[in-house]
Write a protein that binds this ligand. Sequence first.
Ligand code: AMP
Length: 198
Amino acid sequence: MIAILFGPPGSGKGTQAGYASRQFGIPHVSTGNILREEVGRGTAVGRKVAPILERGELVPDELILEIVANRIEEHREEGALLDGFPRTVAQAKGLSEMLAQHGLSVSVVVTFDVPEDKLIERILHRGEVDHRSDDNRESFAVRMEEYRHKTSPVLDYFSQSGVQVVHVDGNDEIEHVANAMCTVLSRMQAGPAKVGEA
Ligand code: AMP
């Protein structure tokens, strides 16, 4: 199963991906975490992307696609829960092509719906707790702009490609959101319903 967990910054993708990863035994691939690790280790990639992350902008598609290609290669047997990727239509196309080379395709997109006033509340709280350098009002505004203009069209891309896009109410208790997501993922893992099945 290759599932994409989708939504704006602060919608709970990372938390829910961690939960689903434990529940289903499928690797959690977070491009944000991978990039922050590079920054933390002070690698060449890390030094290049650090200011971009801090401002809340998107890092170049080629770089992200290269990073993800390596992970897909590693995980092609077990599948993946993709969190924070793809974030542009170019990335979505790149992913589809990459998967097709291995005879794979995206199983489902689960998108978490959360109103914007809740998102900023969560981001500011996380900023206080985790000290993420992009969890502040200024970067959040940029991240929301990037989401609206470059990321949200990814949903249409997948719908038009025939991939199921499922909306989950992300403005609820973590456990309730997790249950709704797991129901969708279980259905996918069991395979598409056959004629005559409930
Ligand atoms: P996240 O942890 O998913 O919120 O990502 C944090 C930051 O990493 C984003 O604001 C971007 O700067 C960068 N980033 C993560 N994933 C991507 C991606 N797929 N494409 C471009 N930039 C990304």
